[in-house]
Design a protein around this ligand. Structure first.
Ligand code: APR
Ligand code: PHB
Length: 396
């Protein structure tokens, strides 16, 4: 192999998921140069199906970078969610309890596609298929990132590295173990999810607590639904025909929802484990972690993408102050500011998960506590206000 091709930029962003793409466009808007390195192809990145509920703060960031047009047209505005337990449904009026706020139902895949399109239109560089990405010297003032593309080694010198490469990325793994603390909870079950071109069961999302396990009826549009049921860890999707899935889902629904459930061939079916995970701090010298690279929440409450977006907002603010206003303290602010909000999202996602799933180890006491929690939540304005404030998104 010949000598490395050497270039320079201000920020190297690792990972072209929603975090990396959003950061890239916010930096572009502030006149800060960035190169994104992505291991996969664009089609591969767009093939990942994830949650689909956006807080207003996330929508505002998409608007800010010019990626919000399609979401404004196609996104479904939801002012409430339903909780089903004991055979009946109870609506939490998110708008009423949050001072008129709402969430927007719009798939993460579409968010990623819209961000890719604005990035391409702006002529900003994203290198897909970047192999063997390695981070160098981020404990000093002059970090570098190397990668291999089509057999050629490249090396980019930069001021800052943004690790936006998800839970399995190289960025967090490059930090010496002694410099990082990780906190984790693995839940003793998973979610089996199905995407299908059938109309939603109801106007709003239905979160179900049932003796057979959690279920969720969500949607991507008026003609595309996303369903989940709680399943065993390590469940094999091959054992789940569409019929078996829909029968299991129907059993967990109240009679009206069961009647309204329209079934159809699955477009995608997958099992996801549930975990809460936080790596602290989120900064190591000139390396900054954002999104899934730093933390994971269980999907109950759909906070993953939204907390990634708030990280990116804080990181952009610190980088803008550092590069454009020569604020010497700006880089120090990122990790503590981001972590305060991260932990609140971790708490809310854990709380939603704990309230709605069957925990094998909890027994009758745990079951009755869940019933009391749900009864309190649906009967108390104070409790509903707390849920609504978190579900629509804490400020940032
Ligand atoms: N080199 C380059 N790119 C990498 C590497 C690597 N070594 N490792 C991972 N990547 C890329 C992945 O291929 C992926 O495209 O980094 C990207 C990370 O994207 P995401 O996993 O989507 O993470 P993030 O952008 O932080 O998005 C957070 O995604 O997982 C959901 O719930 C989460 O909704 C939240 C959102
Ligand atoms: C989804 O639509 O995929 C979804 C919605 C809400 C959640 C989790 C996932 O809490």
């Amino acid at each position: 192999m010949g000598a490395a091709v050497r270039t320079r930029t201000q920020v190297v962003i690792i990972g072209a998921g929603p975090s990396g793409l959003l950061l890239g466009q916010l930096l572009h808007g502030s006149g800060i140069d960035a190169v994104i390195l992505e291991r996969q192809t664009p089609d591969y990145v767009l093939g990942r199906i994830r949650a689909g509920v956006l807080e207003q703060g996330t929508v505002d960031l998409l608007d800010k970078v010019g990626a919000g047009d399609r979401c404004a047209i196609e996104g479904l505005v939801h002012g409430g969610v339903e909780l089903a337990f004991g055979g009946a449904r109870h609506r939490i009026d998110l708008s009423r309890f949050s001072g008129g706020k709402h969430v927007t139902v719009y798939g993460q895949t579409e968010v990623t596609r819209d961000l890719m399109n604005v990035r391409a239109a702006a002529g900003c560089p994203t290198i897909y298929g970047a192999a063997d990405v390695q981070l160098h010297d981020f404990d000093g003032e002059s970090p570098r990132v190397s990668y291999v593309l089509n057999g050629q080694t490249h090396e980019i010198a930069c001021d800052v590295i943004a690790g936006c490469d998800g839970f399995h990325g190289i960025s967090r793994a490059s930090v010496p173990a002694s410099a990082i603390t990780t906190v984790e909870r693995i839940y003793p079950f998973g979610w089996l999810g199905v995407l299908a071109d059938v109309p939603p069961v109801s106007e709003e999302l239905i979160y179900v607590n049932h003796p057979l396990g959690f279920a969720l009826c969500s949607m991507r549009s008026r003609s595309r639904s996303r369903f989940y049921i709680q399943c065993e860890l390590g469940e094999d999707v091959a054992d789940w025909s569409d019929d078996r899935f829909f029968d299991a889902l129907r059993q967990r629904l109240d009679p009206e929802a069961a009647e309204a459930l329209v079934t159809g061939p699955s477009l995608e079916k997958s099992v996801a484990p549930l975990r809460s995970f936080v790596a602290e701090p989120m900064r190591f010298g000139r390396l900054f972690l954002a999104g899934d690279a730093a933390h994971i929440v269980p999907p109950t409450g759909a906070k993953g993408l939204n907390v990634a977006a708030s990280d990116v907002h804080y990181l952009h603010a610190s980088l803008d102050a550092h590069f454009n206003h020569h604020d010497a303290a700006a880089l120090d602010l990122y990790s503590p500011r981001a972590l305060l909000r991260v932990w609140k999202a971790v708490r809310f996602s854990w709380w939603m998960t704990s309230m709605l799933h069957r925990f094998p180890e909890n027994g009758a006491f745990g079951q009755r506590i869940q019933e009391a929690e749900l009864s309190y939540l649906t009967g108390s304005d104070a409790a509903a206000t707390s849920m609504a404030e978190n579900y629509v998104g804490l400020p940032f």
